[in-house]
Design a protein around this ligand. Structure first.
Ligand code: GLN
Length: 491
């Protein structure tokens, strides 16, 4: 028997009465029970809570009939607070933390009828690109289980790719939605900075953090964005800019659209199979009437060092709050002494990558180095943003591969953090500039590993990149593929 795979298909099945919300929920929970022991996408599965909610939706049909996500299963990255449900950031320091409130994005999903099936594994505090930095062990890529799924939202990407949940929420500070989406063959959208509230997101780099959806299709991403976007009094950086009708933007018409390609950047150090898939994706858009334009992003080469200075500086400040007093884990110290309690709690509670970043961030913020590192990084960040502003005078979207290589083997890069950081070359600049960016499936390697195409747009113009992404999706069927074990899913 085949089962609906996309949000639109699940909604159709529930609306027509073919399936109840409980049927859909039981199916998701069944798949989690069957496949999650091998994949480890979830830190926590909320079976009872999910079934209770699905029953309530079935019971009160009149109330939920028109809700945009009525009865649709969703998995939430474990850095977004869920009231009454453990929220760990995949860190030992929060492994018993149960938030007394919901993140705004989570609350909006539930108000729209979505059913939370669990909290997904990630790199500790979202620091990483492989989900190997979780205190609870790695998540595996369903396309090749000896490989990483990407990160840091690896659990969310795998939950969707393997059909354990219809869609997921992730967070993206330097690529953590787009990169795992690319490596798992699904769609991942990082909205404009301020488009989606960050209230209830455990902070990593506050000027870089974003919340967004991971889905099978562009239409599904547009739908979820329309639910979670919008100003929030609880997040002063959320924008009052009106929320566009994202679904209505998906016309398939990209005639005359100008797609910029920073040729120098994308020709360097990219895996040949990825280059080939990238060129093919541009041809698909060209055939639909878009024109491909050469652009330069002269400062993009500095994006990695700038990102790793700004992100670690902000992280060192944000993570100071985990001191064993207010949240989660506290080291046992005898005789009782406050300073020893702080230091032991942090020494035992944080993993090696988080400690590395706190030390690096503290270093770059030190009085004597501030001007040389942090201030300089902020100046170059402005140059990177200006590069994009100039490009958007000539083009409607910028296209790049999402990643320079396909999913690598588990363990392959753990000893070499620099190598891991360099993999973020195409994703971090959208965070530094605050621009919306989406990754969509655009091919597979000969070995069967997914490849992603990234489209970046002007501030608050999610509609344009969604339109271009959807046009590409209409003429390709990469997004329809599922890993072999998961073929019983219907589109
Ligand atoms: N890979 C990047 C990092 O390690 C981005 C992580 C993220 O977006 N949360 O910081």
């Amino acid at each position: 028997m085949s089962h609906p795979r996309t949000i639109h298909a699940v909604r159709g099945a529930i609306r027509s009465g073919e399936q109840s919300a409980v049927d859909v929920c039981e199916h998701a929970l069944g798949r989690i029970a069957a496949h999650d022991p091998a994949l480890h996408a979830f830190n926590t599965v909320t079976s009872e809570r999910a079934l209770d909610r699905a029953r309530a939706i079935d019971r009160d049909k009149a109330r939920w009939k028109d809700a945009p996500l009525s009865g649709v299963p969703v998995a939430i990255k474990d850095v977004l607070c869920t009231r009454g449900v453990r929220t760990t950031a995949s860190s030992r320091i929060l492994d018993t933390f149960v938030p007394p409130f919901d993140a705004t994005s989570v609350r909006r999903l539930e108000e729209a009828g979505a059913v939370i099936v669990g909290k997904t594994n990630c790199d500790e505090f979202a620091m990483g690109s492989s989900t190997e930095n979780s205190a609870f062990g790695p998540t595996r890529n369903p396309w090749a289980t000896d490989r990483i799924p990407g990160g840091s939202s690896g659990g969310s990407a795998v939950a969707v790719a393997a059909g354990l949940s219809t869609f997921a929420l992730g967070s993206d500070t330097g690529g953590s939605i787009r990169q795992p989406a690319a490596l798992c063959g699904i769609v991942g959208l990082k909205p404009t900075y301020g488009r989606v509230s960050r209230y209830g997101l455990l902070a990593f780099g506050s000027s870089l953090d974003h919340v967004g959806p991971l889905t099978h299709t562009v239409a599904d991403a547009a739908l979820v964005l329309s639910v979670i976007a919008g100003v929030d009094p609880a997040d002063a950086t959320s924008s009052p800019e009106p929320v566009a009708a994202y679904g209505a933007a998906l016309t398939g018409d990209v005639r005359g659209a100008r797609i910029g390609v920073p040729a120098r950047l994308v020709d360097e150090g990219v895996d040949p199979e990825i280059s080939k898939a990238f060129r093919a994706a541009l041809e698909v858009l060209g055939a639909r009437g878009a024109s491909i334009v050469d652009i330069a992003l002269p400062n993009a080469g500095a994006a990695i060092p700038v990102y790793y200075l700004v992100a670690t500086a902000e992280a060192s400040s944000n993570l100071a709050r985990y001191d064993g007093v207010r949240y989660g884990f506290r080291a046992k110290v005898e005789p009782q002494d406050l300073l020893t309690m702080y230091t032991r709690t942090r020494a035992e509670g944080f993993g090696p990558e988080v400690k590395r970043r706190i030390m690096l961030g503290t270093y770059v913020l030190r009085a004597g180095y501030y001007d040389a590192y942090y201030l300089k990084a902020q100046q170059v960040r402005t140059l990177i943003r200006r590069d994009y502003e100039q490009a958007f005078e000539r083009v409607d979207a910028v296209a790049m591969p999402t990643t320079p290589t396909p999913a690598f083997k588990i363990g392959e890069r753990v000893e070499d953090p620099l190598q891991m950081y360099l993999g973020d070359v195409f994703t971090v600049s959208a965070n530094l500039a605050g621009l919306p960016a989406i990754s969509i499936p655009c091919g597979f390697t000969a070995g069967g590993l997914p490849i992603g195409l990234q489209l970046t747009g002007p501030m608050f113009d999610e509609a344009s990149i969604l339109r271009v992404a959807d046009a590409h999706e209409r003429d390709t069927d990469w997004w329809k593929r599922t890993p072999r074990e998961f073929e019983d899913l219907r589109i």
